[in-house]
Design a protein around this ligand. Sequence first.
Ligand code: NAI
Ligand code: MG
Length: 497
Amino acid sequence: MATSAVKFSPPKLAQLKPGKLLIGGKWVDAKSGKRFDALNPATGQTLTTLAEGDKADVDLAVKAARAAFEGAWAKLLPRERQAMLWKVGDLILENADEIAEIESLDNGKPIRESRNVDIPMAAEVFRYYAGWVTKIHGETVPVNGPFFNYTLREPMGVVGQIIPWNFPLLMAAWKLAPALACGNTCVLKPAEQTSLSALRLGELILEAGLPEGVVNIITGFGPTAGAALSAHMDVDKIAFTGETSTGRLILEASAKSNLKRPSLELGGKSPNIVFADADMDTAVRGTFTGIFFNQGQVCCAGSRLFVEEKAHDVFMEKLVARAAKIKQGDPLDPGTTMGPQVSKEQMEKVLSYLELGRQEGAQPVLGGGPSKLAEETGGYFVEPTIFDRATNDMRLAREEIFGPVLTTITFRDIEDVVRQGNDTLYGLAAGVFTSDVRKAHRVAAALRAGTVWVNTWNVFDPASPFGGYKMSGFGRELGAHCLELYTQTKSVWVNLG
Ligand code: NAI
Ligand code: MG
């Protein structure tokens, strides 16, 4: 229970009003009238309440999206849609301090990260895709015979988008911006743990002048609102980010309904490989960011650390010293470098893995238990933890923990580490630290993952594609690649004979 031992600062700008659904340009209550709580993970206390949308609300949102797709959105000129998307980016930046507070209150991430990473990156994604609106076009094809053949790249139609809680505003931007740039209309379902920044984004989208129904937002739970969206007969595409097992449900729902086009960005257990010839400070910095950024709640977290045996002692000493400086506390305090996990469920999940790691015989060399802040605040804090001397067959090394828990394994040589690194069901990201450029490229080529970082980690740009190999999903977000997800190609034949 929360005690008064630790006082967290109140927000300066964020005004937390009761949330409604955005359907057809209007803010409305759920048909059922039901509501649920938005919690502050740093205290366990209620921030405000949200409308609990379900199938009936999803139906209305899809109708509004269909009407906008066939009506107002299609009638706008590309340069008009471009200006609107750019404006969304502007408005995000103009309100960045306020949105960062909302994000940190709702998700628990440190304000220095929401203010400097999540919010500006979300704006940049809107601006990047604003640029694409005027550049998506088909081609003429030199066919055999007296025909003129050309292709059109057309939007998919109504797009359903289901997002997770780890980067609430940023994931909304990754989903909405490219879909809108391609001319689609959207029904977005934010995660039930973190809906507030998406609702604020909905206001900004209306302010930017997007016609009613182009973006609809249904807050609510996965098995009701999310399932209704993924099973809907009039949704043309479904884009999902979240747990691999939920991804399966999305695929099943698509298969059992109208074969809406799925794209899935799922979990990971990304190998981070540190060779003895690496610059040790660079490798420590990258490894640290790779696992502890965002409380470890990152799909591409470098959660499996492979250290070359002969560098093990030196590297681990530096890494533990760096991680021991983490400042856990009030997410709204600019000095805080680690906040709570997003929910009680996630805290308990992480704690259960700390217990499991010990049982499996790995050695915690940092942390390893609940944080005493959890008791003092009622928040969902766990200790940043580094396990040493693990092996790749442990569950600790095979399952996605999604918390600030690093699992360390040693290796002998390139062949050994490539084999171990690829010995996982996942393939979202990987990284290698070395000063040998040949080794870097060899390993980057051999790793089966959608992103490979060399001598860095967690670097993103709206222009560079991101997505999974193997059970980390399929489809690429960001970059020109993402346009593939949100357009379909029509071939037109004209008889010239
Ligand atoms: P989740 O995959 O259940 O939730 C993500 C989104 O899917 C939420 O909006 C949720 O409401 C929705 N959803 C849930 N069930 C659904 C269904 N049957 N149909 C349609 N939509 C549904 O993830 P959850 O339960 O929040 O977290 C569990 C674990 O998933 C985490 O511990 C972590 O390992 C992993 N995860 C991975 C993420 C990633 O970025 N790869 C993000 C969030 C969680
Ligand atoms: Mg779930």
